[in-house]
Design a protein around this ligand. Structure first.
Ligand code: ADP
Ligand code: MG
Length: 379
C-alpha cells in the first residue's frame, strides 16, 4: 500500500536478524461430551512443555513429545495469546513479518483458537486489538514524525484457488512476488482500520459467511485455509522519508486428517485431493528446510507460496497445534504430532524491510537508476 501523496522509492534495505526458531505450541481441547470423557484421554500432559500419547504398537509404552509449550484443556484463550502470540505483534511495527497458524484435524479446535467467540475471543481479535493498541501507544509517544496505517485483508484458499473473503466477487486471485521478494496478491481488497469496531465491521460478516457457506457446501471451511492479513505501514513524514511495512498473517489451516480414509466420493474426493496437495506440500517444505535441501518446493502449492515468507523464510512464526482427546482422533493425533515435531526444527531468519519514500513532486530522474536496487545488510 502506498501512502497518498508519496511515491515509493524502490530502494529496499533488508536487515537480516539472527536465526529465530519457529515456536511450536500444542493445545489440547476439552472433551465435548461426558460419555466420551469416561473413556479417558489419548493425550496426557507432562508439565508445561511435554505430552505423551499411548503407543498403539505396544500398549505398555507411550510416545513422548516436547514442544515450546503444552496447553492443557483448561488453558484460557488469554493465556495462549499472552504466552505464544503477543510478543510477535511488535515486529509488525518494525517492518518485519510475523505469522501464527493453527494446524490439526477438523474438530480439534483450530477455529476456536483463532477466532473464538464474542465472549471468549481467540487469537485473531486479540491480535488486531493488540496491534491497534501498540500503534496508538507508539504514535502517542512520538512527535508526529511517523504516520501509521493499518489495513486488513481476509482470504481463503480452496481447491488451490484464492478467494477474497471481504469482497466475494474477487476470486481465483494470483499470488505474486515483487522484485524485493515480498509476496503479494494483486486485486485482493485491503480495508484500512483505525479502531476495533471498524475491524469487526469487516471481519464478523465475512467470517460468518464462511461458516454459513460451509454447512451448504459439505463443510468447505474444514477443507480450506483461511488467512487474515494485517498490514502495518509506518511512513516517516520528514527526510529521509523511510517507510517500514510489517505483515501479520493469522492462518486457520484446513483439517490435517487424511480425507482419503473417510470414503469421500466425486467432488468431495477432488476437494480432498486439492487440500491434501497443499498440506502435503507444506510437509515437503518442512522436510526440505530441515534437511537443508537447496530446492524448497514453495511454488508447488498456493498455501506454501503464500507462506513462503512465514515458514523457513523471513518472518517470526508460531504454530499452534490443536489436538482432540477422544480415541476416535487417535490416528490424526499421532500424524499431527509427528508433523509438529518436524516443524519444530525450522529456523526462520527475520529481516526488516524498509524503503525510502519521498513526496511525489520530488521524484528525480536519478530515481529510475536505482529502480530494483535491493540491498541486504546484516546487523
Ligand atoms: P476445527 O476448527 O479445528 O475444526 P473447532 O474450533 O470448530 O475445530 O472446534 C470444534 C468444537 O470444539 C467446537 O464446538 C468448539 O467450540 C469446541 N472447542 C474447541 N476448542 C475448545 C476449547 N479449548 N474449549 C472449549 N470448546 C472448544
Ligand atoms: Mg474450523
Amino acid at each position: 500500500m502506498t501512502t497518498p501523496g508519496f511515491h515509493r522509492h524502490r530502494s529496499v534495505i533488508a536487515r537480516n536478524g539472527g536465526p529465530v526458531p519457529v515456536r511450536v505450541a500444542v493445545r489440547l481441547r476439552p472433551f465435548l461430551d461426558k460419555a466420551q470423557q469416561e473413556k479417558g484421554s489419548t493425550v496426557r500432559g507432562l508439565g508445561e512443555k511435554a505430552l505423551e500419547i499411548c503407543n498403539w504398537r505396544n500398549d505398555q509404552e507411550s510416545l513422548k513429545y516436547e514442544f515450546d509449550a503444552f496447553y492443557d484443556k483448561d488453558t484460557s484463550q488469554d493465556k495462549i495469546f499472552t504466552t505464544s502470540v503477543q510478543n510477535l505483534l511488535e515486529h509488525t511495527l518494525h517492518g518485519q513479518n510475523a505469522s501464527v497458524f493453527a494446524y490439526g484435524p477438523t474438530g480439534a479446535g483450530k477455529t476456536h483458537t483463532m477466532v473464538g467467540t464474542s465472549e471468549d475471543p481467540g487469537i485473531i481479535p486479540r491480535s488486531v486489538y493488540g496491534v491497534l493498541n501498540a500503534v496508538a501507544k507508539e504514535r502517542g509517544a512520538g512527535d508526529g514524525e511517523w504516520a501509521y496505517s493499518i489495513a486488513v485483508s481476509y482470504l481463503e484458499i480452496y481447491q488451490e484457488k484464492v478467494y477474497d473473503l471481504l469482497e466475494t466477487k474477487n476470486h481465483d486471485l494470483q499470488i505474486r512476488e515483487d522484485r524485493d521478494r515480498n509476496i503479494f496478491i494483486p486485486g485482493l481488497s485491503e480495508k484500512t482500520i483505525t479502531d476495533f469496531q471498524q475491524f469487526e465491521k469487516h471481519f464478523v460478516p465475512a467470517s460468518l459467511n464462511r461458516t454459513t457457506a460451509s454447512t451448504k457446501l459439505n463443510s468447505r471451511s474444514s477443507r480450506s485455509h483461511s488467512i487474515l492479513l494485517l498490514k502495518v505501514v509506518k511512513t516517516q513524514q520528514v527526510s529521509p522519508f523511510r517507510q517500514l511495512t510489517g505483515k501479520l498473517y493469522l492462518i486457520d489451516l484446513a483439517g490435517s486428517e487424511d480425507n482419503r480414509k473417510t470414503g469421500n466420493q466425486g467432488i468431495r474426493l477432488k476437494e480432498s485431493g486439492a487440500i491434501n496437495t497443499s498440506l502435503f506440500v507444506l510437509g515437503q517444505v518442512v522436510d526440505a528446510l530441515n534437511s537443508g535441501q537447496a530446492r524448497v518446493p514453495y511454488r508447488d502449492s498456493k498455501l506454501t507460496r503464500l507462506l513462503q515468507d512465514s515458514v523457513g523464510g523471513t518472518s517470526h512464526a508460531c504454530m499452534i497445534v490443536n489436538l482432540a482427546p477422544e480415541e476416535s482422533f487417535y490416528t490424526d493425533t499421532y500424524t499431527t504430532l509427528n508433523f509438529a515435531a518436524k516443524s519444530k526444527q525450522i529456523v526462520n531468519r527475520p529481516f526488516t524491510r524498509e524503503s525510502i519514500v519521498r513526496p511525489h513532486v520530488l521524484k528525480r530522474p536519478a530515481d529510475s537508476a536505482t529502480d530494483g536496487a535491493s540491498k541486504r545488510v546484516r546487523i
